[in-house]
Design a protein around this ligand. Structure first.
Ligand code: F6R
Length: 607
């Protein structure tokens, strides 16, 4: 949530900041701004709205200078308007700040600073930081930032410009991501790697409560006691093109088309001589025997991957699994101990609720294995074991390819645990491995067949409410299909277990109500057919997702989108793609901004 960027070097700062913000817009896009040190004064240009508006403003009256900070906002405190946009500047005009996160004790600090004569012009928590640093500034900006962050409670990634420092600026972080880009005669800060990838592949990944002083030739890192910290350079091994649209109309379509590749990248390197080898995961058969319970904890789409994870781990490894949304888990005093394994799932590796659930689990002694997409992210660094999903950068706000890779990782884990525990035999183990390896080809077929979904969407995009019903793994899949549709098309939708519908919700089905039914579980086909008949009898229009060989469904559903005849057990990795495509085409038909849906941001780094 919110993207921040900073530059110092010999080039004009404004275009570099704007370019970086473009790459970070997925993190928030209700307002944007830059602050540049222009002839000894901090000049701020900011406004409500998308980045194009800021660009127009900057082009009319460009601040000139080669040191600056920028911000693209997802509002938390104060509505999106010009005044609440970042950067915020202290009353003296000496300090400018961009911030991602939430200052929890801002009201207390505001009261104190107001009594000291500071005037507040915005409703944000961030403005407090600008005044607080100003208050503590007595000629040493690093010390002022250190004293300030030691008084701040909450989360932050900060970029700080000081009028008295024409050749340096400062940054700091806690619980919100921030990296430093190391250039040649120039240096950068950013919330995420794509913002600086055009200029350098060498980065420092900052830890909590680290403070950085950047000049064009040097980057010094300190801890919050002011002591120097030695950092390791992290080399980014993916290129700019993977974070660009590459000719696709939307990132979301590009990312769905990448699903075959990223599933292959996630699965194949972990199969060695017919065995699953999970990188550096050090969980032995002995450890597994001692595990009392597995908790899977995540948010949103990653949580839905976890629901599939529960089914498959319980089915194969026969270890009880609880799955929970991170924001609930962390506050419910969960009954976990050192006998439990917690599996954390996160694309960004920075989701604050998930990160805090991880910390809560570790505090209670549990071992934490995380499934993460972003290398070096907070969740990856704080986990005992990490299994990376190799989905590459996911830019569209709605998660697609990351989900397929999260499922792939969960299948690998379920199979590995089950085999180590002796709960499945060699033949079954080898058979499922072969099926997993074939998944990319099956997704390619689904993608090639997408016209039928586009056509259906063009006829039904005016639907007011859509139900997704499924049983077993198809129920887990329905949850994800429903979320995808809601978030990008703004159509109300609910996911129900097929058998549960008649316990209340079927009352909402009337003439013309759209019902989407994944029917990929062979043992549950008959039951689902009954459910389809029940809703059809009440006037529903049914779109089914079924295997090619399933001829029964064609007789009851209005339209059937087929997937290849994959084993029911691994069907979710293939069958989710038609649901993602359905959401995409519905949103497109409605004229929605597919990649940047309203009210959302990609990386939820605030509670
Ligand atoms: C939905 C979506 C969100 C994320 C959720 C968790 O399309 O993207 O629901 O899945 O915010 O994010 P990560 O996986 O980054 O922890």
């Amino acid at each position: 949530m919110c993207g921040i960027v900073g530059y110092i070097g010999s080039r004009d700062a404004a275009p570099i900041l704007l370019n970086g913000l473009k790459k970070l817009e997925y993190r928030g896009y209700d307002s944007a701004g830059v602050a540049i040190l222009d002839n000894g004064n901090i000049k701020v240009v900011k406004c409500k709205g998308r980045l194009e508006k800021l660009e127009e403003k900057v082009n009319c009256d460009a601040p000139v200078g080669n040191i600056g900070i920028g911000h693209t906002r997802w509002a938390t405190h104060g509505e999106p308007n010009d005044l609440n946009s970042h950067p915020h500047i202290s009353s003296s005009g000496k300090i400018a700040v961009v911030h991602n996160g939430i200052i929890e004790n801002y009201l207390e600090l505001k009261e104190f600073l107001a009594a000291e004569g500071y005037e507040f012009v915005s409703d944000t928590d961030t403005e407090v930081v600008a005044h607080l640093i100003d208050y503590h500034y007595h000629g040493d900006i690093v010390q002022a930032v250190i004293t300030s962050i030691n008084e701040i409670e909450g989360s932050y990634a900060l970029g700080v410009l000081c009028r008295d420092y024409p050749d340096k600026f400062v940054a700091a972080r806690k619980d919100s991501p921030l990296i430093v880009g190391l250039g040649n005669g120039e240096n950068f800060i950013a919330s995420d790697i794509p913002a600086i990838l055009e200029y350098t592949r060498d980065v420092y990944i900052l830890e909590d409560k680290e403070i950085v002083l950047l000049s064009d030739k040097e980057v010094k890192v300190f801890n919050n006691h002011g002591l120097a910290v030695q950092k390791k350079v992290f080399k980014v091994n993916w290129d700019v093109a993977s974070a660009e649209k590459a000719g696709y109309e939307h990132f979301m379509m590009k990312e769905m088309c990448e699903e075959p590749k990223v599933v292959r990248d996630t699965v194949n390197p972990r199969i060695k001589d017919g065995n699953i080898v999970l990188d550096n995961i050090r969980i032995t058969a002995e450890d597994l025997k001692n595990i009392r319970k597995i908790f899977i904890v995540a948010c949103g789409t990653a949580y839905h991957a976890g629901v599939v994870g529960k089914y498959i781990i319980e089915k194969l490894a026969r270890i009880p699994v609880e799955v929970d949304v991170a924001s609930e888990f962390r506050y419910r005093d969960p009954l976990i101990s050192d006998k439990d394994l917690v599996i954390i799932i996160s694309q960004s590796g920075e989701t604050i609720d998930t990160l805090f659930a991880l910390r809560e689990s570790k505090k209670k002694g549990a071992r934490v294995l995380s499934i993460v997409n972003v290398v070096g992210s907070s969740i990856a660094r704080e986990s005992d074991d990490v299994l990376y999903t190799w989905a590459g950068p996911e830019i569209a706000v709605a998660s697609t390819k990351a989900y397929n890779t999260q499922l792939s990782a969960l299948y690998l884990i379920a199979l590995d645990f089950a085999y180590k525990l002796g709960r499945i035999d060699r033949d079954y183990y080898s058979k499922v491995i072969e099926e997993l390896k074939a998944v990319p080809r099956e997704i390619e077929k689904v993608l090639a067949n997408r016209d039928i979904i586009q056509k259906f969407a063009s006829q039904h995009y005016n639907a007011k409410s859509i139900f997704f019903i499924g049983r077993g793994l198809d129920y887990a899949l329905s949850m994800e299909g429903s979320l995808k549709l809601k978030e990008i098309s703004y159509i109300h939708s609910e996911a129900y277990a097929g058998g549960e519908l008649k316990h209340g919700t079927i009352a909402l089905i009337e003439e013309g109500t759209l019902v989407v039914c994944p029917v990929t579980q062979d043992s549950l086909v008959e039951k689902m057919i009954s459910n389809i008949r029940e809703v059809k009898a009440r006037g529903a229009v049914v779109l089914a997702i079924a295997k090619e060989s399933n001829k029964q469904v064609c007789k009851v559903a209005d339209v059937v989108v087929t997937i290849p005849d994959v084993d029911s057990f691994i069907a979710p990795i293939v069958a989710v793609t038609p649901l993602q495509l359905f959401a995409y085409y519905m949103a497109l038909q409605k004229g929605c901004d597919v990649d940047k849906p309203r009210n959302l941001a990609k990386s939820v780094t605030v509670e």
